[in-house]
Design a protein around this ligand. Structure first.
Ligand code: F6P
Length: 568
């Protein structure tokens, strides 16, 4: 007999947002605690599959081209029902509708959150509640059309550099959301790129980044894209200034050369003009697009140059497909909802601290780095929407690299370490078309690893099985795998632009669901400010030896050591 549920009161007090102030006292939360305390699921995945022969068929959803199998999770029908009750009680669906409807759900910045409008079809109507109210879709398509026109002219050779030479190199200068998205997508879609065009991404304020990326380029053939939502980010403005010096040094110091070699992607026309870029060469986006949600806006220009406007459109359509799925699919088959809730089950009820994302595609080598910003900048919060400290865990540490490489590095810890690490495995049925027949044949080996790993993680290997293999008794504990490591398998036909858009939207909405349940603002990022301000203050101490008041003793001593070493 399961123990009776402990009745706990929900606080009657309300907060200005009017939303679930005491999450952990909600009956839906305590029901999950009780469910977990009963040892659910007991005894484990082997038994869950044995007792429900239909589990593999029932525990999967389709979203667009994505098949998402969640049967290897430590959940039962009851767990899933309780998690869905929690989503309903915490207002996930209302917040979702408010987001799609253009309400200002980014309350700490008083902004709407409308990245979904960036991929809405031309005839859609999305009204924003902001400084310039109205339907934003025509503006979105006007910029997309300008980007397509520009990309077409560069790709065809009609747009030339200052000396009349064709543009053969594109260098995107940006950081965070103005870098990670296009850099990740360029890698992901390399097979669809114009191989005659070199596209590079410079983000680090370490001068080595710009140096190494420019050293083999000809300025006469190089276009710089300065990508910055605010156009005030010090790393980007510093690198863009150095790039302009490099260009002018190479092209004979003619200021007018800048117009043919620099374009800007920003929401801030004034700062773009201050920098010296003609605003006719600026592609705009809006304050209702968060940096980490922006690569399908003008921030994707480098990607559009690489893959062309048609492929870019296919990618946007992929995003939109999952937006519609998230907006309309019933809770029990809503993929981002399920993935978000499963993360909550482990993070809040099993003390899991991290979440691994393991793509079995070399082209997705930057996918997890991109997700780190998406997830950790969005949900790395410790106060709720009303500024009260949260009493529950929020966003996990997200990490991972492409699959087989990780197998020979850190998978040991996932299989036999002491930590619970839920993981997403992402794989494709077909390799990209461009590979030779011999290389295509390697795909089955890659995917054999993909399937083998999730099986090993889920079902492990018992001591009896190890003994049956003839292992010496003292080795048995070392060669036993306890299993019950939860994984989601995401399988798609092929890594196309559309499928990439679908995958990104899936994770965007998963992050949204978790932030909604935790009652945090997933769309601000105040946590990056303090370090930025202090860096500005410390810099004169390093470069000029200036006295900087207010440095703590440890940092002041290190700064002095730095100066001494630097000048020695
Ligand atoms: O790291 C903080 C941050 O504001 C990110 O959210 C953003 O993506 C990045 O800096 C770059 O900002 P910007 O596009 O304004 O240069």
């Amino acid at each position: 007999m399961p123990p009776p549920r402990r009745p706990r009161p929900v606080s009657e007090s309300t907060t200005p947002s009017g939303r679930h102030p005491w999450l952990t006292r909600r009956p839906e939360w305590t029901a999950l605690e009780d469910h977990r305390a009963q040892g659910i699921p007991r005894p484990g995945l082997r038994e869950l599959f044995e007792t429900d022969p239909d589990r593999a068929r029932r525990y999967r959803v389709r979203a667009g081209d994505l098949l998402i199998d969640y049967s290897k999770h430590l959940v039962t029908d009851e767990t899933l029902a309780l998690l869905q009750e929690l989503a309903t009680a915490t207002g996930v669906f209302e917040l979702r509708d408010a987001m799609f409807g253009g309400a200002r759900i980014n309350t700490t910045e008083n902004r709407a959150v409308l990245h979904t409008a960036l991929r809405a079809p031309r005839d859609a109507v999305v009204e924003v509640d902001g400084e310039t109210p109205g339907n934003v879709v025509p503006k979105v398509h006007e910029v997309l059309d300008r980007m397509a026109d520009f990309a077409g002219r560069v790709r065809s050779g009609e747009w030339t550099g200052h000396t009349g030479r064709r543009i053969r190199n594109v260098v995107n200068i940006g950081i965070g959301g103005s870098d990670l998205g296009p850099a990740m997508a360029y890698e992901a879609l390399r097979a669809f790129t114009d191989r005659g065009l070199t596209v590079r991404f410079v983000s680090n304020v370490d001068g080595a980044d710009l140096h190494e990326n420019l050293r083999d380029l000809d300025p006469a053939e190089t276009l710089f894209i300065v990508a910055s939502k605010t156009f005030t980010t010090i790393e980007t403005i510093t690198n863009a200034t150095s790039a302009r010096s490099w260009l002018l040094a190479g092209l004979g110091e003619e200021d007018k050369a800048v117009a043919k070699h620099f374009v800007a992607l920003s929401t801030n026309a004034e700062k773009v003009a201050d920098f010296g870029i003609d605003t006719a060469n600026m592609f705009e986006f809006w304050d209702w697009v968060g940096g980490r949600y922006s690569y399908d806006s003008a921030i994707g220009l480098s990607l559009m140059l690489a893959i062309g406007p048609d492929r870019f459109r296919e990618m946007l359509d992929g995003f939109h497909m999952i937006d519609e799925h998230f907006r309309t699919a019933p809770a029990e088959s809503n993929a981002p909802l399920l993935m978000g809730l499963l993360g909550i089950w482990y993070g809040n009820f099993h003390d899991a601290q991290s979440h691994a994302v393991l793509p079995y595609s070399h082209y997705l080598s930057k996918f997890t780095a991109y997700l780190q910003q998406l997830d950790m900048e969005s949900n790395g919060k410790s106060v709720d929407r009303d500024g009260h400290p949260v009493e529950w865990q929020t966003g996990p540490v997200v990490w991972g690299t492409p699959g087989t490489n990780g197998q020979h590095a850190y998978y040991q810890l996932i299989h036999q370490g002491t930590k619970l690490i839920p993981a997403d495995f992402i794989g494709f049925a077909r390799p990209v078309a461009e590979l030779s027949e011999e290389l295509k044949a390697q795909h089955d080996l890659l995917m054999a690893n993909f399937f083998a790993q999730t099986q090993a993680l889920a079902f492990g290997k018992t001591a009896e099985e190890v003994r049956a293999e003839g292992a010496q008794e003292e080795q048995v504990p070392h060669r036993t795998f306890r299993g019950n490591h939860p994984t989601t398998t995401i399988l798609a036909p092929e890594l196309t632009p559309s499928v990439l858009g679908q995958l990104i939207a899936l994770y965007e909405h998963k992050v949204f669901v978790q932030g909604a349940v935790w009652n945090i603002d997933s769309f601000d990022q105040w946590g990056v400010e303090l370090g930025k301000v202090l860096a500005k203050r410390v810099e004169p101490a390093l470069s000029e030896g200036a006295h900087v008041p207010g440095l703590d003793p440890s940092t002041a001593a290190l700064v002095a050591d730095y100066r001494e070493l630097k000048l020695r």
